[in-house]
Design a protein around this ligand. Structure first.
Ligand SMILES: C[S@@+](CC[C@H](N)C(=O)[O-])C[C@H]1O[C@@H](n2cnc3c(N)ncnc32)[C@H](O)[C@@H]1O
Length: 457
């Protein structure tokens, strides 16, 4: 059988990179700040970062209505979320009809509409309506100004609604997206997760058109991965099917409970705008990679193409790490549960998110540490055919298999090379690869001093 590989997070197009690079100026025009406030911006960003990522006791429900927090969100969190979402949106199979409806739940400054506009230029001429729903109206108003500044005259209609998951919207969604909201909903929640998930899934289902699809995106931290896995379970029980990242409808092998790994993807920040990296450095919040967990689901009535592929399909999830037996390993997910992909000789591991279909292994060889089924990645002789195209966009993508051999990898990750490696422009080098299994599953990285590296966002 032929081997197929495809990427989930294709490299950003030049257009996307350019738009994100000019986004700082767009913000300056659409939502200007006084010089005095700009000078203090790094303090407000640090404060909001602390509240969003750690000390949530200080995070009020209406924090997005507070001018200081909102400015911090618009200048820092919004552009980083655009970087994450544009990478995801460009690789996902998102099709919207003319006159299509997108509902964005927990819309904030309309991050989803902006990211779709940037990442999917083929949608720009369609008549789409975005129904943005948030419990706080102010960020949506600011988002509308930013969107107009960026998109100019555009056929997309933006409608803002003050509300939440229980809001009864007249229009049903062809695509319902909720980005970075669930973690706020479950914060300090007393209701058991399963009870909340049952209700939340019902509410989301009511917002969708018959063949509408649902996309949930959250930060790539354990409690979000856990929530996504619980929601996935609930949807599966109601007959829904995962479109991505899961290549199957069986039990999730990375549910994030009781110390188990959670499903999340890391990708580097090399293509993030320079101004944003500089601002992050000023705030002492430098990132060398970002991460996210997500779930893209279709409803029971949608007729999906029947998969009649032979072999086994595995989604590469973790970063690569050295394995005791020599070569490199990488955790992945398949209908057979947790997989340990092994790259030996001149075989190559995949970038996190890569999907590979290859012959199923003969026999059952399991890893003693994780219990994962071990599968050897194909060597270069068995080069992929039909691969290097994303099934979603049909675009060529290089962000699938790493180009380097384990030997090259070893060379580059020696302390001498760490932190000095220059961007090759095609994401094919391995700067920042994790070095241990534990880190690979956590998504953590080490810096050149072996201290855990820059912050992951
Ligand atoms: C972290 S922001 C995310 C904004 C945007 N989606 C993004 O990805 O940048 C979370 C947003 O969800 C909203 N939110 C949180 N819980 C909500 C709820 N239960 N109902 C409606 N909106 C909610 C907040 O007001 C905030 O604007």
């Amino acid at each position: 059988m032929s081997i197929k590989v495809s990427a989930l997070f294709p490299l950003p197009s030049k257009d996307t990179v350019d738009t994100l690079e000019s986004y700082g100026k767009i913000l300056g025009k659409a939502v200007p700040m006084r010089t005095k406030h700009l000078e203090e911006l790094h303090y407000s960003i640090r404060d909001l970062s602390r509240m969003l990522t750690g000390d949530r006791a200080d995070l009020t429900k209406d924090y997005m209505g507070d001018p200081r927090s909102l400015s911090a969100y618009l200048r820092y969190f919004l552009p980083w979320n655009l970087y994450r979402l544009t990478r995801l949106f460009s690789g996902l199979d998102i099709k919207l009809p003319d006159n299509g409806i997108v509902v964005d739940l927990g819309a904030g400054p309309l991050t989803v509409a902006q990211a779709l506009w940037i990442a999917r230029p083929e949608l720009r001429k369609k008549k789409l309506t975005f129904i943005n729903v948030d419990r706080t109206p102010k960020p949506m108003k600011e988002g509308q100004k930013i969107f107009s500044e960026m998109a100019g005259d555009c056929p997309w209609k933006l409608v803002n609604v003050k509300g939440g998951a229980s809001s009864k919207l007249r229009e049903k969604a062809d695509l319902l997206v909720s980005a970075n909201m669930v973690n706020e909903t479950i914060m300090n929640m007393r209701t058991p997760m399963s009870t909340w998930a049952e209700k939340f899934c019902l509410q989301l289902g009511r917002m969708l058109a018959k063949n509408g699809r649902l996309l949930l995106v959250e930060p790539g931290v354990r409690h979000c991965g856990r929530a996504i896995s619980v929601l996935r379970n609930e949807f599966l029980q109601n007959g829904w099917s995962p479109l991505a990242p899961c290549p199957h409808s069986c039990e999730c092998p990375m549910p994030g409970e009781h110390g188990t790994p959670w499903c999340h993807f890391n990708f580097d920040t090399r293509h993030a705008p320079k101004w944003l990296q500089e601002l992050s450095a000023r705030c002492r919040l430098e990132k060398d990679n970002v991460s996210l967990s997500f779930l893209y689901m279709s409803q029971p009535h949608e007729k999906l193409p029947v998969k009649n592929e032979e072999g086994i399909t595995v989604r590469a999830v973790s970063e690569s790490f050295r394995i005791d037996a020599g070569g490199f390993g990488q955790y992945g997910c398949s209908e057979k549960g947790l997989i340990l992909l092994q790259a030996k000789g001149d075989a190559r591991t995949l970038f996190p998110g890569g999907l590979i279909t290859m012959p199923a292994p003969e026999g059952e060889n399991r890893d003693s540490k994780s219990g994962a089924l071990i599968i050897d990645l194909p060597t270069r002789g068995a080069s992929p055919s039909g691969g290097r195209k994303t099934p979603a966009s049909g675009k060529d993508t290089k962000n699938v298999q790493r180009k380097d051999t384990p030997h090259e990898h070893k060379k580059k990750t020696s302390p001498k090379h760490q932190g000095k490696h220059k961007s090759s422009g095609d994401n094919s080098d391995d700067e920042g690869w994790t070095t241990s299994r534990r880190e690979a599953m956590k998504g953590g990285r080490r810096d050149s001093r072996g201290r855990g590296g820059k912050k992951k966002g």
